[in-house]
Design a protein around this ligand. Sequence first.
Ligand code: TXA
Ligand code: MG
Length: 311
Amino acid sequence: MKIDEIANIILHGGVAAFPTETVYGLGALAFNQDAVKKIFDLKGRPSDNPLIVHISETEELQQFADHIPDPALSLAEHFWPGPLTLIVKKKPEVPDVVTGGLDTVAVRIPGHPLALKLIRKTGPIVAPSANKSGRPSPTRASHVHEDFGDDFPVLDGGETDIGLESTVLDVTSEPYTILRPGKLEPEELQDACGIPVVYSKTEQGGPVKSPGLKYSHYKPKANVHWLSDFVQPGDKHVMYVTHSGAAIPSGKNVIHYSFEHDFAALAKNLYDLFRLADQKNISEIVLEDLPDESGHPLVAALKNRIDKAIG
Ligand code: TXA
Ligand code: MG
């Protein structure tokens, strides 16, 4: 569909999908509660899992954020448009349906020309990943059609660039906390704002600060395993995904994708491989373990998504 048609659907209170630099999103007007509710219904998303507001100019942050600390503004200036979501104290006007009743709101400016063009036409929109709840996020228009049908309105921008969702950073207290790892790492965030940035400990227990973390995510139908934990069963169809040239067992029921030390390509293709495995009736997906000290910005995000797909 053309961008004006997509914008019209959204402006009339409907829901339509569009590409970002991370994954495809399902857009609806941020201040239209009925439109926002449609997103929860369509996705089958629990109502206490809040949405990210997508804006096209940093100034629009004022409509949503009650108080923006200066270092957080530096992050916005430095990384927007780009794969960084900031969690800030919300203004009372922000509908509860957007924030799942929290007193904070998530906001980002996506780094994709079509997304920016669309949001300039519609104004601020909420946009979760454009998948049914629990399914892998869509990195192609065809993935959105897989989950929502052939007739679902999608602005096709081809394959998304990064392939994993944005880094979600809570800037409401110090140190700033990464609630969801993405392409942007603690060091570069810290350098840009001068405030210590740490990964959230919530996954080791404690209160859940990002409601999305308690739900299962990113799951294909196939079982997912790390290579070090996997013993090949006799006749099962297995997809192996490696990155270091590791040798894998051969056999007629085995397919192998190899990403020769290219973690960016692995991130870009991970969800597509999950969906491909399901189409090919593969029952086991086996991923080569990722190095602890790779120095590559996407490895922490990859580990997080794969662990969730396993868990
Ligand atoms: O890359 C992305 O961020 C994509 C594209 C479409 O922009 N969007 C995306 O949205 O991944 P979604 O809804 O699939 O994931 C949003 C995550 C969830 O884990 C949610 O719990 C968390 O952000 N979140 C949203 N608002 C929050 C808040 N106020 N406090 C803490 N976590 C929040
Ligand atoms: Mg999602």
